[in-house]
Design a protein around this ligand. Structure first.
Ligand code: NDP
Ligand code: BG6
Length: 465
């Protein structure tokens, strides 16, 4: 028998809904005997026909367009949510509420959804999806968690961090825990440093209204980068079920010491102040790098460096695990320099993994050269890698939680970044860096003097091209 899933999208007229959510729904419109109905809700004046056209245009699905519904409401007026409830009551369906509106509206919407009786705490047929930003500091993140918990159990809540839904990020678990080769080296005994780069070539574009309030630490480090770090450094989960993956990540995050401004660098790209909508005297960082310490048995003493920024040399999100040098290599009485082994996990673009090793250069002489063993992730699949939002929504529809951070992880991550954000808000200026560079020189010095050697991105490092 066919059942309906109602997806109530608050903010369905917005950029995210049109560019990311709707296109990802095309493949999911009807699956496993279940039909998806989009109920768009928001302040916009538009007719049913106009909304159906919007759904059709952005999703490319006639099926989704033809049964979509539009409800005009005022987020601050709970009574105006009644037509949404009437639609839900009128069909024996499960319902997913999707907050795709700016965060200042979350509180009103959650209040109205709760008061109206549309949310039923503990009922798995009612769930909620919340977009980032999940708070702007620890206090606001706690408040949001409390508001969510008033109407929904943790098992009914999906907090989006689209990095967790990237295939290459999910493959981190497979790399670490389905290969007996890696786990024995994955600790302080053999790993010298971990370097994470999340670099973007684009500037802030037209997003000044959002970005100039937020900056790189809140936008990327608090969520995506710390989630990557948690997956790379966590203990093996007992099973790959969401509950155990989340538990392992929580413990990893709990071991990370709060970021220290003395070991962090903030930058702002040249020309940022001229971007439309940016305050002329803005001190907002478009680049951040930090040294991170993890105080636990596995990682004690291993320096970890993360960096992220806009308007950098090229788009590259990569995790580099650098192993300690081999003890020595004596050839014909001469000591030869070893070549440090690198495990380079290319999250994007050019998704895959490179194991950089030392090899003998072919020829008579015994000479070492860096050489790469490469896995190109796209070659594992006949079809293109799915968009992260497609993975997100298919997980939500399937009721799976492994690609979503839990509420406690969000709070732990804010605990880590809050001291840095507060320090930067109260003092100093970001260092300027040229667009198209790898960021401020100080970030190179941070790694160099902190025991990390230098930043590494594949292509620039011998043996990783
Ligand atoms: P928009 O600014 O496009 O807003 C979405 C919709 O929310 C609007 O169409 C509008 O709908 C309603 N809205 C906008 N401003 C207000 C306001 N001040 N008060 C009440 N309602 C308002 O945002 P996006 O679609 O870009 O983003 C939505 C959410 O998703 C945000 O939380 C954002 O941080 C997050 N996000 C967005 C990404 C993106 O690529 N756009 C990426 C990652 C996260 P109506 O007028 O019909 O009510
Ligand atoms: C978003 C940030 O969460 O992630 C953006 O708000 C950033 O500023 C984006 O550009 C990067 O995502 P991706 O998938 O393009 O690496």
């Amino acid at each position: 028998m066919s059942s309906t899933v109602d997806l109530v999208i608050f903010g369905a007229s917005g950029d995210l809904a049109r560019r990311k959510i709707m296109p990802s729904l095309k493949q999911l419109a009807s699956r496993n005997g279940r039909t998806l109905r989009i109920i768009g809700a928001g302040r916009s004046e538009q007719t049913q026909a106009q909304f159906r056209e919007l759904v059709g245009d952005s999703s490319g699905s006639e099926a989704l367009a033809s049964n979509a519904e539009w409800v005009r409401l005022d987020y601050a007026d709970p009574a105006s949510f009644a037509p949404v409830k009437a639609l839900l009551d009128g069909s024996p369906s499960s319902a997913i509420f999707y907050l795709a509106t700016p965060p200042e509206t979350f509180s009103d919407i959650l209040g109205a959804v709760g008061q109206s009786g549309m949310a039923i705490k503990g009922d798995p047929s009612r769930s909620i999806v919340v977009e980032k930003p999940l708070g702007h500091d620890l206090a606001s993140a706690r408040k949001l968690n409390t508001q969510l918990a008033a109407s929904f159990d943790e098992s009914q809540i999906y907090r989006i961090d689209h990095y967790l839904a990237k295939d290459t990020v999910q493959n981190l678990l497979a790399l670490r825990f389905s290969n007996s080769l890696f786990e024995p080296v994955w600790n302080r005994n053999l790993i010298e440093t971990i370097l994470i780069t999340a670099a973007e070539e684009e500037g802030i574009g037209l997003r000044a209204g959002y970005y100039d309030q937020i900056g790189a630490v809140r936008d990327m480090i608090q969520n995506h980068v710390l989630q990557l770090l948690a997956l790379v450094t966590m203990e093996p989960p007992i099973t790959f079920d969401a509950e155990y993956i989340r538990r392992a990540k929580r413990l990893a995050l709990r071991s990370i010491t709060p970021l220290d401004p003395a070991f962090a660098v903030r930058g702002q790209y040249d020309g940022y102040l001229n971007e439309e909508g940016v305050a002329p005297d803005s001190r907002r960082e478009t680049y951040a790098a930090a040294r991170i310490s993890i105080e636990n048995w596995r990682w004690d003493g291993v320096p970890i460096f993360v960096r992220t920024g806009k308007a950098l040399k090229r788009r590259a999100t990569e995790i580099v695990i650098k192993l300690r040098d081999a003890p020595m290599l004596r050839v014909a009485g001469r000591r030869q320099r070893g070549i440090p082994t690198l495990i380079v996990i290319r999250i994007q673009p050019d998704e895959g993994i490179t194991l950089r090793i030392g090899a003998k250069r072919p020829g008579v002489r015994f000479e070492m050269v860096p050489a790469g063993m490469r896995l190109d992730y796209a070659r594992l699949s006949r079809s293109a890698l799915p968009d992260a939002y497609e993975n997100v929504l298919s997980e939500v529809l399937a009721g799976g939680h492994s690609a979503f951070p839990g509420g406690e992880e969000i709070e732990l991550s804010w605990e880590i970044v809050d001291p840095l954000i507060k320090a930067w808000e109260s003092e100093g200026y970001p260092e300027p860096y040229p667009q198209g560079s790898w960021g401020p020189q100080a970030a190179d010095d941070l790694v160099g003097s902190g025991g990390g050697g230098r930043w590494i991105v594949s292509g620039d490092e011998p043996g990783t091209a």
